[in-house]
Design a protein around this ligand. Structure first.
Ligand code: 13P
Length: 248
């Protein structure tokens, strides 16, 4: 039985001091023993967030990371900077990073490999655009994203990975994918993983749905056989996140 994992992606929201306030507000609301809870916060707030979350069930994750160890990469964050302060998760290849910051399937793969090298769990994002869905190429497109993201990743590593399926047309639009659409793609991702690796790896890897998840939609989405939780944007900044975490 896979353990659910429910993560908030704060994106570019909240200052370090606002981070403390929000974590203190959400801490009692997201308390649960039934799921892993992760708050992915802006890099500048990571240390503060880790301090604020101490003693709670909240794990802190980063929203991005670079794929080199160190050096002349102005503005980037190295993997050992994250592990040094106790970061356990990192979002890799979010569609906003692909769209606005020129990330590609190849850089996603480099970052995924680097995260594993440093013992950080990557939350690997994939998702089709509205045009791709209308063209009927959703599954083909997602399979390509997944296959490239996992090049040279071992089965043992893949078993511990998290994949977030986030249809781009559902992000921040209030237009959540139907339960059937979300389950169909998450199931297809699991089949893809079983083809790259084996059944055991496919059964172990956790696949989230993301895109306008709300307190109203979480229960139905997260009870689908291939949906192991969610990656939540807007609603992760509100008390509603407590309802999403405790969706049952
Ligand atoms: P929303 O939940 O705001 O649609 O954002 C989803 C997302 O991009 C999470 O990574």
């Amino acid at each position: 039985m896979r353990r659910k994992i429910i993560a908030g992606n704060w994106k570019m929201n909240k200052t370090p001091s606002e981070t403390v306030t929000l974590i203190n507000e959400l801490k009692p609301l997201v308390a649960t023993e039934d799921a892993d809870v992760v708050f992915c916060v802006p890099a500048i707030s990571l240390t503060t967030a880790i301090e604020a979350a101490k003693g709670s069930n909240i794990n802190i994750g980063a929203e991005n990371m670079y794929f080199e160890e160190n050096g002349a990469f102005t503005g980037e964050i190295a993997p050992n900077m994250l592990t040094d302060i106790g970061v356990k998760y990192v979002i890799i290849g979010h569609s906003e990073r692909r769209e606005y910051f020129a990330e590609t399937d190849e850089t996603v793969n480099k970052k995924v490999l680097k995260a594993f090298e440093h013992g950080i769990t990557p939350i690997v994002c994939c998702g089709e655009s509205l045009a791709q869905r209308e063209q009927g190429v959703t599954i083909d497109f997602i399979r390509t994203q997944i296959k490239i993201a996992f090049v040279n990743v071992t089965a043992e590593q893949a078993k511990t990975a998290v994949i977030a399926y986030e249809p781009i047309w559902a992000i921040g639009t209030g237009k959540v994918a139907t339960t059937e659409q979300a389950q169909e793609v998450c199931a297809a991702i699991r089949v893809c993983i079983s083809e790259i690796y084996d059944e055991a790896t496919a059964a172990a890897i956790r696949i989230q749905y993301g895109g306008s998840v709300s307190a109203a939609s979480a229960a139905e989405l997260f009870s689908q056989p291939d949906i192991d939780g969610g990656l939540v944007g807007g609603a992760s900044l509100k008390p509603d996140f407590g309802k999403i975490v405790n969706y049952k």
